[in-house]
Design a protein around this ligand. Structure first.
Ligand code: ADP
Ligand code: 5GP
Length: 198
């Protein structure tokens, strides 16, 4: 894919500024995002809205904007969401305005969203880089999701059902990173995000 700049012009800043990170529940997406939030302020992390209840340790406005169904309905009706999806019984969406503002300012932006949301972004923002985060094995994914201990068994079951669908869609992504080591994935993701478009 080419950059927006014409022949002979000098590209300003990294040409690829919007990155989507997706992968099955429990693979380690939030862990990677937490690492980047703590150590890489040059990357702007989108904060999604969700109807899910906060987990212990999550703070409104940091990991998510926690809202109720009526609040989420209003955001949809007002066109405030860049994309949104229902996932394992809750709704999640990306507030449009902050993403557009950061992209306009030339900041690298990272969206951590599910497969349905990634498909919407692919349709509406064709320049984005789509990164799939894969587990080392199915057994390890199950171990991580159950080991996290944040969801009751019925919700774990629904998330594993969704995980099968997400894993089958890996080929839709531009590249895959296997989450064996959090540090390696963090570094590989940053290198991809900050590299010029190929
Ligand atoms: P997701 O956001 O994709 O649902 P999390 O980031 O919550 O996943 O990670 C799920 C569990 O797996 C957490 O308990 C986390 O500490 C653990 N985990 C994440 N990455 C790794 C890794 N590379 N090796 C071992 N455990 C990991
Ligand atoms: P969790 O409840 O584990 O935090 O997130 C569940 C799923 O929702 C994950 O796959 C996560 O990537 C996805 N998700 C989080 N925010 C958004 C969002 O804004 N839009 C979409 N489509 N999915 C999201």
């Amino acid at each position: 894919m080419s950059t927006a700049s014409g022949p002979g012009s000098v590209p300003v800043g990294p040409a690829r500024r919007l990155t989507v990170l997706s992968g099955p529940s429990g693979v380690g997406k939030s862990t990677i995002v937490r690492e980047i939030r703590a150590h890489h302020p040059e990357v702007w992390l989108s904060v999604s809205a969700t109807t899910r209840a906060p987990r212990p340790g999550e703070t409104d406005g940091v990991e998510y904007h926690f809202t109720d169904d009526a609040g989420f309905d209003r955001m949809i009706a007002d066109g405030e969401l860049l994309e949104w999806a229902e996932f394992a019984g809750n709704r999640y969406g990306t507030p449009r305005r902050p993403v557009e503002d950061r992209l306009r300012a030339g900041r690298p932006v990272l969206l951590e969203i599910d497969l349905q949301g990634a498909r919407q972004v692919r349709a509406t923002m064709p320049g984005a880089l789509h990164v799939f985060l894969a587990p080392p094995s199915w057994e390890e994914l199950v171990r991580r999701l159950t080991g996290r201990g944040t969801e009751p068994p019925e919700v774990v079951r629904r998330r594993l059902e969704a995980a099968r669908v997400e894993l089958a869609a890996e080929a839709e992504f531009d590249t895959t990173l296997v989450n064996t080591s959090v540090e390696d994935v963090r570094d590989e993701l940053l290198a991809l995000m900050l590299a010029p478009k190929s």
